[in-house]
Write a protein that binds this ligand. Structure first.
Ligand code: NCD
Ligand code: ZN
Length: 469
């Protein structure tokens, strides 16, 4: 049966329209019917039977595409699993998640990819893409073959973790990366965690113990230089090989400048930042505590402001959450630079940004671009995902701009409560979420069954001229 969302304000990247959204029986957008004209909008629909949902006074946006989540499934499911992670996503208005490969076993072979897909199939409330990982192997031939296998299996991109982080995956050498990207350019998108391992490994034992309990100690263990070096290196890889490079979780002012310069040269580069870098800075550590520990670390107020500017200028393309659930930090004597890093956040991507827009910090079309259209484009999913136009998947979120949300137990869906935003409230409540035309969330509760499917990037998603608008 068709579905009509009647009476809402429909937003996309370019603005708003008062229109009814007609969804066909296959779960795609059939038409946007402007209201106010003589025909009374979709009210005239007399033909095929339709279920009508009244969304008057509410906003309809394309569902968000969170390009960076860690759902911990399989292998680390005490922290999160696909059911709980995707429930949190759906409740927050996210309809597609791209899940990172530092699960157990790591997703660095075709066989591991197939096993992960089997483990999570039928357990997602949202659609999902899965990343593969390029890690160090015995030989470059093994590396190339494994990455080829991952792309063949449908990996949404290939992740490279240049520095030590959860799972401690190794990275290929620069020489290997150069060959790998040159060979697989145009076939996929390479996503980089940009912190240089050697810079961290040499700096960490040299941090004075007197700083072991202070946030400054963490910043000293991970000098800015390590992020600058790694970011500059991966941008050069894009320039030298023509491969699509995506810089994950940009946290540093200098990185914004480097990315802007790479884009200015016409290099095939995209970049993301995360709410924790846009809304917090190191001065907040005293009040928030260890739950603020993420990698790369949150730094100064100037970095935060430059990241906001970078989004506005287009140097940074999109906002993803780096949703990284962990057990609550234990009170221990261990230094601040050890222990687990990461914060849960997939549920807060849209609420935080819609609230920012309602407070005048950006526009709703900005929010749509940063959370939906840009990530869908960056990963070859557009316009099936990330667009609200005829033929696109009817992945939609209905926002109530007058209703408040509050980060508290009765709304929170992740298994882990490790977020620096616990207790925060704002306006713009995700009141309903639709996945391919089916309601998956109402009023903060998921409606089953979990129907999420694997999304595969459009063929040639790595091609630099293929960024379908
Ligand atoms: C992530 C995790 O826990 O998986 N942690 C983090 O602090 N960002 C790993 C990562 O994205 O580097
Ligand atoms: Zn990372």
């Amino acid at each position: 049966m068709r579905t009509i969302l009647r009476g809402g304000t429909v937003w996309d990247e370019s603005g708003a329209a008062d229109a009814d959204v007609v969804i066909d029986a296959a779960g795609r957008i059939e038409a946007l019917v402007p209201r106010g004209g003589q025909d009374g909008g979709a009210a005239r629909e007399g033909g095929a039977p339709a279920q009508v949902i009244d969304v008057s006074g509410l906003w309809v946006l394309p569902g968000a595409v969170d390009a960076h989540v860690h759902f911990r499934d399989p292998g680390l499911t005490a922290k999160e699993d696909f059911l709980t992670g995707s429930a949190a996503a759906a409740v927050g208005g996210v309809t597609t998640v791209l899940d990172m490969p530092n699960t157990l076993p790591p997703v660095n072979t075709a066989a591991a990819f197939a096993a992960k897909l089997q483990a999570v199939a039928g357990r997602a409330y949202t659609d999902f893409g899965l990343f593969g990982a390029a890690t160090a192997w015995e030989s470059i031939d093994d590396l190339i073959a494994h990455v080829d296998g991952l792309i063949e299996q449908g990996a949404v991109g290939i992740k490279v973790l240049l520095g030590p982080t959860t799972g401690n995956l190794s990275a290929p050498s620069w020489g290997e990366l150069y060959q790998l990207l040159a060979l697989h350019a145009e076939r996929t998108v390479f996503v980089f965690h940009c912190e240089d391992r050697s810079v961290i490994e040499v700096a960490t034992p040299r941090v004075p113990r007197a700083l072991a309990a202070e946030y400054r100690g963490l910043l000293a263990a991970r000098p800015r230089f390590g992020e600058i070096l790694a970011t500059a290196g991966v941008l050069e890889l894009a320039g030298a090989t023509g491969a699509r490079v995506h810089v994950a979780h940009v946290a540093l002012a200098e990185a914004v400048g480097l990315i802007a310069r790479a884009k200015g040269q016409g290099w095939p580069v995209t970049a993301e930042t995360c709410p924790q870098y846009l809304f917090l800075c190191q001065d907040d550590y005293e009040a928030i505590g260890p739950v603020m520990k993420v990698l790369p670390p949150i730094r100064s107020a100037r970095d935060r402001d430059e990241l906001v500017q970078g989004l506005r200028s287009g140097a940074i393309d999109l906002v993803a959450t780096d949703h990284a659930p962990h057990e609550p930090p234990t009170k221990s004597e261990q230094p601040v630079w050890e222990g687990s890093f990461g914060m849960a956040g997939v549920q807060l991507l849209l609420p935080l940004l819609v609230d920012l827009a309602l407070r005048g910090g950006c526009s709703i079309p900005d929010v749509v671009r940063w959370t939906s259209a840009a990530p869908a484009r960056a990963f070859g999913l557009y316009p099936a995902k990330g667009a609200l136009r005829p033929g696109s998947d009817a992945d939609l979120v209905v926002i109530d701009p007058h209703r408040a949300w509050c980060v508290a137990d009765d709304w929170w869906k992740s298994k882990s409560r490790n977020t620096a935003f616990w207790g925060r409230s704002g306006r713009g409540f995700p009141a309903m979420t639709f996945l391919r035309g089916r309601l998956v969330q109402v009023d903060g509760r998921v409606c089953g069954p979990p129907r999420g499917r694997l999304v595969r990037p459009r063929a040639g998603a790595g091609k630099t001229d293929g960024e379908a608008k």
